[in-house]
Design a protein around this ligand. Structure first.
Ligand SMILES: Nc1nc2c(ncn2[C@@H]2O[C@H](COP(=O)(O)OP(=O)(O)O)[C@@H](O)[C@H]2O)c(=O)[nH]1
Ligand SMILES: [Mg+2]
Length: 290
């Protein structure tokens, strides 16, 4: 079984990448996704694109869920016998922690795809707020996508590429929009030659999940989520939602204070919003969006 781990910070474009990547595979592929929040949203996004996926929701695969990760992989192998397993760890998981867990499950041939949000990489890297996450991610990756090039200035993109190349000259680098690459990915590489920078902690943000009951109108919802994105109820690092509105099913994403929403391809049975951030005023958020 070939294994690909797709790592990247919250909202960098992992799910978007996997959707494209898996669509172009001919071998039997299953996605294992570890979402943050109590109710997985990415799993539903994959299933709307007819991609087979198994969710390992809530918690972080690099620490508390290590054992769950291993047993889930064993279950996937028994149930689906995939030729290719694609793993999307939550955006706060330590890439080397995930690789270690895989190694303990006896999975050694792993390709690592690192997704970088070109808009925020340099700024976040310099701020140090994510510890050694980026060094870990970049040094372990075989392929790196410098993504969201449509949103970043040419200067920022060049600086991002410079930094990444000096951190890991052996990685194959692509500039991407919507994490789309046409070329086939370079083949499997062995964990043995990787160098772990030993980042094992992860960031402790608050996560909250809301199951909106009252809000039906799309305009009311976009206004509430817009305020959330602007930081009116605390710092939102990432939020996503699948909501059944009076105007149909919608998917929302908040990254870097920016909210996007698009009609969702499939009916939504249970509306939900998951938010990850710092100093969130849960009560006010629930009053506004619950
Ligand atoms: N403008 C723009 N948006 C993007 C790009 N890549 C991803 N997105 C959007 O960014 C948001 C987060 O993407 P997602 O794949 O869910 O990120 P994940 O949290 O890493 O899985 C979604 O709204 C995507 O549509 C890109 O290259 N350009
Ligand atoms: Mg995702």
């Amino acid at each position: 079984m070939q294994t690909t781990v797709v790592c990247g910070l919250l909202g960098s474009g992992k799910t978007t990448f996997i959707k494209n990547f898996v669509k172009n595979r001919t071998e039997k592929t299953v996605v294992l996704v570890n979402d943050f929040g109590a109710t997985g949203i990415d799993g539903e996004i994959f299933s709307a694109s007819s991609i087979e996926s198994v969710e390992l929701p809530s918690g972080c695969v690099c620490c508390t869920l290590k054992v769950d990760l291993i047993t889930t992989i064993e279950r996937i192998i028994c149930q689906f016998a995939p030729e290719h397993l694609v793993i999307e760890p939550s955006g706060v998981a330590s890439p080397s922690g995930v690789l270690e867990a895989l190694e303990s499950a006896g999975i050694k041939a792993v390709s690592v795809v690192g997704i970088i949000d070109a808009v925020e990489f340099v700024e976040l890297f310099d701020s140090g707020m994510y510890g050694s996450f980026f060094e870990d991610q970049v040094s372990l990756a075989d392929v790196i996508l410098v993504n969201k090039t449509d949103l970043a200035s040419e200067e920022t993109i060049a600086e991002t590429i410079d930094r990444i190349e000096s951190m890991n000259p052996r990685a194959v680098l692509f500039r991407t929009k919507n994490a789309a690459i046409r070329e086939p990915l370079p083949d499997v590489s062995a964990i043995a030659r990787r160098r772990s920078v030993g980042h094992h902690g992860h960031f402790h943000f608050n996560t909250m999940t809301i199951k909106p009951q009252r809000i039906g109108d799309l305009a009311v919802l976009t206004s509430g989520l817009g305020h959330l994105a602007q930081g009116k109820y605390g710092t939102v690092v990432r939020a996503k939602a699948l909501v059944r509105t009076d105007q149909g099913p919608y998917r929302f994403d908040i990254v870097n204070g920016k909210m996007d929403y698009v009609p969702f391809e499939k009916d939504i049975e249970d509306s939900r919003i998951v938010i990850i951030g710092e100093g969130l005023d849960e009560e006010r958020i629930r009053r506004r969006l619950g």
